[in-house]
Design a protein around this ligand. Structure first.
Ligand SMILES: [Mn+2]
Length: 552
């Protein structure tokens, strides 16, 4: 007994000594940055591998990371955020092959993936990206993917100021560079990359990402099983100030409200419980964030790629999400696949045409093509969108018809039942006119009066709805009677459903009468006081027609 314990002790001691030896005395192994090997060309014999068997050959050549990055470092006195809206200094100081924490669930680490997966073309589009961030994206792809699964990395330089940002990277193995000769925006750049791709599967990445261990295999596997799946990694967070890498929650999916702006939302209790029993299972998502996903190339083409009349950025993720779901595919987040992304608070680049307009135009194109009558909920939430010109959508409508896609109602009922249809928009809406003049907010806010303006037929400030509880409403503001006294101005107040906000639209004599008092909406002094109330006497200045109300 005693002897056994002694033996055990000796064993333990020798293990401890050996470990110490290795820790203290072994030189730190230099991790080779395999990703930065240069391309082998037949013309250049110097780029062949030197092996022990064949000492005549010489070593691999490597891309010179330092000299590539040093050309665009932050100048002394320059704000490190000014060019990229993230801390470029911090990015430049992080090596391209740095270690990042493996943020997957333990069960992902022990999972094995199919061996016979097809290769993917990785497509990265960018406009004036920080060199260090772009290089790190490429290096993480090459270093953390099985070599045979990366067919190529296609960089689409969307007319960056400095063409050598991309052209120098063309020396790295597997990298192919395409440069636009004018600014095209994300959508057309991605389509250009996809058209050039030779891989069976397309993988789109942002230009400031870092792929984590085994990020690719679980994505490809889901698509091999069913090519109508469009799959995304969990998007981890690279801090924009210090570039530290954090794991994101895998209990999130993509959603939106009626303004059609993408948002992350927590999975329901039921889905979280399912995930707890199998943390590796795919998560169905109504919408994808759009920056990072994989899709079968043939399926991408069959389902209409992207809407190429969308400019710069925004709305394209909404369009592809509606389209894939409504036309028979599905969108998934794969929790065992992790890719870090630098999230920023603002866009680093310029938007020709203004970011708000471009976003509204792209979003409205998606709404007009895919949302059927439900697009009216979008216009109710974002009234300015009604007047944004969108160009021709005929091709996209034909595509929808050709693919025999389901109505938006199906999407709401089957994919996104959590998105509630607001009551307000069940109510009739339109303009309230008197001859050629229309009731108009004139851009006024809470507490101010409303006026009349020449009818323009474009909604916006002349768009009113008449709710079931008798309110006359624009956005969240309602026509309100401050006091039941003739001659007083009607004001805009937050809709509360109080009695002073209740009106009757009387169709036979076309008056708008307060529900309780004998006071009618009157335009007679609109130039000085805006709209007022007066004793109802059916004079011309009290006669209105409401385009949203059917004549009875
Ligand atoms: Mn991004």
């Amino acid at each position: 007994m005693m002897r056994l314990r002694l033996r055990y002790l000796i064993l333990l001691l020798s293990v401890a000594i050996l470990t110490t030896y290795f820790i203290v005395f072994l030189p730190p192994s230099k991790p080779t940055n395999k990703a930065l090997r240069l391309k082998v060309t037949h013309e250049d014999k110097s780029l062949t591998l030197k092996t022990k068997d064949n000492p005549l050959q010489i070593e691999w050549q490597y891309f010179d990371e330092r000299s590539y990055i040093i050309k665009t470092v932050v100048n002394p006195g320059e704000n490190p955020y000014s060019r990229n809206k993230f801390n470029q200094d911090a990015s430049d100081n992080v090596p391209s092959n740095r270690d990042i924490p493996d943020t997957r669930h333990d069960e992902c680490a022990s999972k094995t993936w199919k061996k016979d997966l097809p290769s993917t073309s990785v497509i990265i589009t960018f406009h004036n990206e920080a060199r260090s961030a772009l290089l790190r994206t490429i290096v993480s792809v090459l270093n953390r993917s099985p070599e045979h699964l990366i067919r190529e990395i296609i960089l689409v330089d969307d007319f960056s100021d400095d063409p050598t940002d991309a052209s120098e990277l063309a020396n790295i193995q597997k990298v192919v560079v395409l440069r636009n000769n004018k600014r095209e925006g994300l959508v057309r750049s991605r389509v250009r990359g996809a058209d050039a791709a030779k891989g069976k599967i397309l993988t789109f990445l942002d230009s400031h990402c870092e792929c984590n261990v085994n990020w690719l295999e679980p994505l490809l596997e889901r698509i091999v099983e069913d090519p109508t799946r469009v799959v995304c990694p969990v998007i981890d967070v690279i801090n924009m100030d210090d570039f530290k890498y954090f794991g994101a929650s895998a209990d999130l999916r993509g959603g939106f409200e009626w303004n059609l702006v993408f948002k992350w939302e927590f999975l329901s209790f039921r889905e979280r419980r399912q995930r707890a029993s199998d943390p590796t299972r795919a998560i169905k998502t109504p919408m994808i964030a759009g920056g990072l996903f994989s899709i079968d190339k043939e399926y991408f083409e069959k389902t209409g790629k992207y809407d190429e009349m969308m400019d710069i950025w925004g709305g394209e993720n909404l369009e592809i999400s509606f389209r894939i779901w409504q036309c028979g595919g599905s969108l998934e987040i794969i929790p065992c696949s992790r890719v870090g992304h630098v999230f920023r608070k603002q866009h680093p680049y310029s938007f020709p045409g203004g970011s708000g307009n471009v976003f509204a135009r792209n979003t409205k194109r998606a709404a007009e093509v895919w949302m059927d009558e439900y697009k009216n909920y979008y216009y109710a939430a974002v009234p300015v969108a009604k007047n944004v010109p969108i160009g021709n959508i005929q091709d996209r409508l034909l595509l929808r018809q050709k693919l025999n896609c389901k109505p938006f109602k199906w999407f709401l009922e089957n994919v996104y039942p959590e998105l509630k249809v607001p009551n307000q928009v069940d109510s009739p809406h339109g303009s309230i006119s008197q001859g050629v003049m229309c009731v108009d907010t004139l851009g006024h806010l809470i507490g101010e009066n409303v006026g009349l303006y020449t009818c323009h037929g474009g909604g916006g400030n002349q768009e009113w709805s008449y709710t079931k509880d008798h309110q006359i409403q624009h956005d969240h503001m309602c026509l309100t009677l401050p006091k039941p006294k003739p001659g007083l101005s009607v004001t805009l107040r937050t809709c509360k459903g109080y009695n002073n906000q209740k009106w009757l639209l009387i169709s036979n004599n076309r008056t708008i009468k307060h529900l309780i008092y004998n006071l009618c909406l009157d335009s007679k002094s609109y130039k000085t006081k805006g709209l007022i109330v007066n004793n109802c006497d059916n004079v011309h200045s009290q006669r209105w027609s409401f385009s949203g109300l059917l004549e009875t």
